[in-house]
Design a protein around this ligand. Sequence first.
Ligand SMILES: [Zn+2]
Length: 158
Amino acid sequence: MIVFDLQCQSGGHRFEGWFRSSEDFDGQSSRGLVSCPACGSAEIAKAVMAPNVGRKGNQMPVMAKPVDAPAQAMANAPLPPEAAALLKAVAAMQAEAIKSSTWVGEKFADDARAMHYGEKEPGAIHGRATVDEARGLVEEGIAVAPLLIPVVPPEEAN
Ligand SMILES: [Zn+2]
């Protein structure tokens, strides 16, 4: 005897069915002899089995991002309250930090470097840098951090 996880095609109900063999199941289901215990549908197929891997006791369930989920849907989905609160806190912290910082726009990498090498009065600045510029600064040991919330440059504010 073998047991199959079965699923009715009309209602999606899952149940187990015992058969002498795989051929026995095929024969019975093609003659409409297998029916769903929940709704009586005779359109029955073997349920898709999840591969039995990673089910060990010390392993946590892992969620993967569904590949066919459109990215747009994710972006439009409302944030969970704790994420929204966190984002708000980050935004507030950033706004506070920027108050005492000077916007230097595209000169950010040059200014940061000049301050680091003592060619310019040190002070808090923020501005724009390309990924390459930022990487170059970090490699020179200059502390830079990406702003988590996009900042509207003063000259573009109006
Ligand atoms: Zn059913």
